[in-house]
Design a protein around this ligand. Structure first.
Ligand code: TYC
Length: 113
């Protein structure tokens, strides 16, 4: 026969049961993957053109755009924003089309964060 005392002794407390299960069955993350948009340096694209692109397609003010352009110029590349796949792809296409139309070799790419 099981006594009430034994039944209480067999019950798992919250830290043993609930929390343990919660950790093992962690719900799948709902957040979609995000993509970094990268701007690459080259020797020919004018600095003012890059600043204009950063203002026009990435909504940066002049000071922010100039700072990121200088980072790309000095370091070789910089992340100019992080977006959903579709938005990142659109930004890359806009930049590449605009650069090609103006005959500058500027390169813009994206990579999963
Ligand atoms: N390096 C270029 C120059 O000296 C400027 C430049 C900056 C080009 C950033 C591309 O993504 C770039 N005119």
């Amino acid at each position: 026969m099981t006594t009430p005392f034994q039944m209480m002794a067999d019950r798992k407390d919250d830290s043993e049961s609930d929390l343990g299960v919660a950790l093992k069955t962690r719900p799948k993350s709902q957040r979609p993957p995000m993509y970094k948009v990268l701007l690459l340096n080259d020797d020919y694209t004018p600095m003012e053109f890059v600043v204009h692109i950063l203002e026009r397609f990435f909504g940066l003010n002049h000071a922010q755009a100039f700072e990121i352009m200088l980072t790309v110029h000095k370091k070789g590349l910089a992340v100019v924003g992080v977006f959903s796949f579709e938005v990142a792809e659109t930004k890359v296409t806009q930049v590449m089309d605009f650069a090609r139309r103006h005959q500058h070799p500027l390169q813009c790419t994206m990579e999963k964060e």
